[in-house]
Design a protein around this ligand. Sequence first.
Ligand code: ADP
Length: 467
Amino acid sequence: MLSIRQRLTLWYTLVLMVMFVTFAGVIYVGGAWQLRQAADRELLDTARQLTETLLRGEDPVAVDVAYRFLTLDGRVVRSSGLPARHVPIAAAAVEAARNGKTWSEIVAMPARPLGPQPGGGVLRRSIPIQLRLLTLPLGNPTQYILQVGTITTDLQRLRNLLFTALLLGLVLGLPAAAAGGWWLAGRALRPVKAITATARRIEARNLAERLPQPPQDDELGQLAATLNGLLDRLQAAFQRERRFTADISHDLRTPLALIKSNIGVALNRPRTAAELQTTLTQVEGQIDRMTGLVEATLFLARSDTEQLAQEFAALNLSELLTDLYETTAPYASEELGQTLCNEIAAGLWVMGDRDQLTRLFLNLVDNAMRYTPAGGTIRLAGRMQGQHAVVEVEDNGAGIAPADLPRVFDRFYRADEARTGGHHAHYGLGLSIAQAIAQAHGGEITVRSIPGRGSCFTVSLPICLTR
Ligand code: ADP
């Protein structure tokens, strides 16, 4: 398989060659034709002068062409320099003249001795002579035939010279064109070499390395920038995955350590049934915590591979929110001393999965209840806005610091780690899961918050028009 550089060079040379051959062909053929035409015109002019002299019955003087004057049956009346034994009279030429037409031909004369030389020996013509012979009818109707001829050696030499010059141009120009093409292609492809060499080096360990950016913003510059953008995204994803794995391991280590210490304490000395039961209950709690974490992680992994949007159907969001309100409001007021307000508009329909959407809004309401002190108020509102169903979960609790706000949707991010302290089943995954669900439903989730005044989470989902 040829490399791009070889192919480019080949094409470049081929195109140049075709262009040159066409150009040379036109020059050669056109040039030769022009020369012949000029010679013919000159011959015709001389022939006209000769005709007048010959028809007057006079002998032409001082003509620089060979001629012969024939009768219609081919008998030579007068001739100069055109002996019939060297230049035979062509039947076709006589026939054409008889029909009143001018005939033009090239007659090759064999090389012959030019004559004895002073030092002895015989000088021969080096090349066979070519004669341009014009046959003209005289009189109307034709009575006589005039043949005039001139040697075309000069013409031939000129043509040969032209041919040699063009051939030389081709022979010398072709390697030069190929070399030029090779150099040009190499120069154009140099950044590709650098990009390939760096790309070969990049692997998971040195994902921070970037491809060299060519100085020009041409196709290769754009390719390098695009690949670097891809590397940026890959690196970010890779780092996210690493952090995710580290966070999971960290969160699994705490309950595992607790289980081990519980069991260790229990095995330390003989225990009563009641003591063992207490230990087992504690172990069960830790296992529940780990199960919750593994389940949440699995859910996010599924959302990453876009498996969430599979079982969507039209559903009444107003009904779902009202159910949620009815199950959580008594708990909020009786257990936490909070007021849950219902501002859910009727008839909000969306395409979605009931369990996933319940989980999304339960996470938001659960957070609102958790981060709002007793006596606080939580507002659960749903309304139609344009083509979207907009749900707000607003509380007047602790609020979120501006520095934490952009990161609350990050996996394992807990703004108030000190407060949760890892003792609850909250791993900082609740909002990540809520966001993954909203996005899987073609919607989005945003937050605004003022520390000390409260937070408001807004979920916007496209409404379902057909059901
Ligand atoms: P967690 O499992 O810790 O609740 P989330 O992903 O649900 O994790 O929330 C991430 C962080 O966002 C929480 O640790 C908390 O600091 C903050 N947060 C979420 N909801 C609220 C809220 N309604 N009021 C104040 N802070 C909140």
